[in-house]
Design a protein around this ligand. Structure first.
Ligand code: DQQ
Length: 505
């Protein structure tokens, strides 16, 4: 590999105030403790998610210089159980040439035993596909001298951007889709083919969207460019995931169900992937050795820029979630391994719920709650989290999860953050979406990890960030109409990192 440019050349060449930034980040009250976060500085998209020789690998968009998107490199962590993460050396970082301005998102593939990264190198303000090959332990990466391996977006197409990759082997050849758009029309996924991951032939658009099909304000607006495209089969459906983007605005993840045949994807339905919108952005998935489709997403910050700067870190990785097709749509749940972090089990007494009650003996900001409920048509269930209650019983702060049952099969999951925080600078936008509620039966799983909140209601996820200022930790239940708690379990969750971590492991 002597003719290859060493991706890691110059690493640790200049001393950095590493300890200060890490200590600052660790001291932040809003920092999650059982979600993966970068040692400090900035984290965004999951990249190169894979299981390699039994070990799970999570790469991520990383800026160790501070909590802002700049000079993006690939951070790296590994895990034997999808729960505990071991920091690995930075895998890729910008160097003179086609990725001088950033090593943007991409994937890891197994090229006949050689770990190989396909990523977007940024140079002169545009991104182009680049390749790096790895050592057998995935710790040292060498960029190909022929980068970029695709020198321009497809000829004759005016694109707003062209980046991010999904790569797979099919009938002995490599295929990839690259996220893009057709100006004046909509987002797009462009399809390529290669025998060697180095020489690529453009086959045409896999799919082009229609930015005029929904209003730009809609929670399922397709955007004008598709970031982080991800194509996979789930059950009886082919699935094309993308993150809807428009002129620098990261909107939300969506997916098409449909049929991938030949060189095209025939769409059937367009669906929302997570009702938290930009709080579960740029997801990437892989199939593990047990055949599970596992997805990670980036939980963006929802507090003001000065608060982010002061905290010294930005961005949370979601818990790994399994996705499966259920009745033509994707259904999600955290991987079962997460349950190994559960401590101090409390079981809730089955009962009918009514006026507001504070849960006895269950409180905290690092929790896993699992509830089985039964709602009568017209009923509503309300779960208050991170609640700070005034001495007169009024609410000082509270984050509220609500599920309403409209009757038949349908219900609505809603996250009300209007009283989550007294801080006026935090995002408090209402989040909601439909949930299947056959017979009024609801399985609700809620994971609270300080500012990171992941909710799964009958398999429909809603992910968001909250920044309570009063350190409230009470949990409150209430109902309107008839709601029965059939089973309820609560656990405190253990943390996954032992401090201090190294900014540049
Ligand atoms: N983030 C990356 C891009 C991707 C975007 C850059 C999505 O490759 O399109 O950090 O968050």
């Amino acid at each position: 590999m002597t003719d290859l440019i060493q991706a890691n050349a110059g690493r640790n060449a200049s001393p950095q105030p590493q300890d200060e930034l890490v200590a600052l980040a660790e001291a932040d009250r809003h920092r999650p403790r059982f979600h993966f976060v970068s040692p400090a500085g900035w984290l965004n998209d999951p990249n190169g998610v894979a299981q390699w020789n039994g070990t799970y690998h999570l790469f991520y968009q990383y800026n160790p210089e501070g909590p802002f998107h700049g000079n993006i490199m690939w951070g790296h962590a590994s895990s034997t159980n999808l729960v505990d993460w071991h920091d690995e050396p930075v895998a890729l970082e910008p160097s003179a040439g086609p990725d001088a301005e950033g090593c943007w998102s991409g994937v890891l593939v197994d090229d006949d035993g050689v770990p190989t990264l396909i990523y977007s190198g940024r140079h002169d303000g545009v991104e182009l596909p680049c390749v790096a090959v790895g050592s057998p332990n995935l710790r040292t990466w060498s960029k190909l001298p022929e980068n970029p391996v695709i020198s321009a977006p497809p000829p004759g197409v005016d694109v707003p951007a062209f980046r991010d990759h999904c790569v797979w082997k099919q009938d002995g050849k490599w295929r990839q889709v690259i996220g893009s758009g057709v100006s004046g029309q909509g987002g797009a996924a462009f399809l390529y083919e290669s025998a060697d991951l180095r020489n690529w032939t453009y086959l045409g658009p896999l799919l082009v969207g229609n930015a005029a099909a929904q209003e730009p304000e809609a929670s399922d607006w397709q955007g004008t460019m598709w970031e982080c495209v991800d194509l996979f089969r789930s059950g009886t459906r082919d699935i094309l995931v993308f993150s809807a983007w428009h002129e620098g605005d990261t909107r939300h993840p969506l997916y098409w169900t449909g049929t991938y045949t030949g060189d095209t994807f025939s769409p059937y339905s367009l669906l929302r992937l997570d009702y938290g919108g930009r709080f579960f952005y740029a997801p990437q998935s892989f199939e593990d050795q047990a055949g599970r489709r596992i997805m990670f997403g980036w939980l963006q910050e929802g507090r003001g820029e000065s608060a982010v700067r002061a905290a010294g870190w930005s961005g949370v990785m979601s818990l790994p979630r399994i996705t499966e097709e259920v009745q033509g749509e994707l259904s999600f749940a955290p991987v079962a391994e997460i349950a190994s972090l559960r401590r101090d089990h409390r079981s809730l007494t089955p009962r009918s719920l009514g006026t507001t009650e504070i849960l006895d003996g269950v409180a905290g900001n690092q929790l896993d709650l699992e509830l089985d409920l039964e709602l009568e048509p017209g009923a509503g269930f309300r779960l208050g989290l991170l609640a700070a209650v005034n001495s007169d019983g009024s609410t000082a702060e509270e984050t509220v999860v609500e599920v309403g049952y409209d009757g038949d099969e349908a219900g609505t999951l809603r996250l009300d953050r209007s009283t989550s925080s007294l801080d006026p600078d935090v995002d408090a936008e209402d989040k909601s979406g439909p949930v299947p509620l056959a017979g009024g039966k609801l399985h609700l799983r809620v994971l609270v990890d300080h500012s990171a909140l992941e909710i799964f209601a009958n398999g429909k996820p809603l992910t968001a960030r909250v920044y309570p200022s009063l350190d409230g930790d009470a949990i409150r239940l209430s109902a309107t109409g008839t709601v029965r708690l059939r089973k309820g379990d609560a656990w405190r969750m253990a943390g996954i990192f032992s401090n201090p971590r190294k900014l540049r492991p």
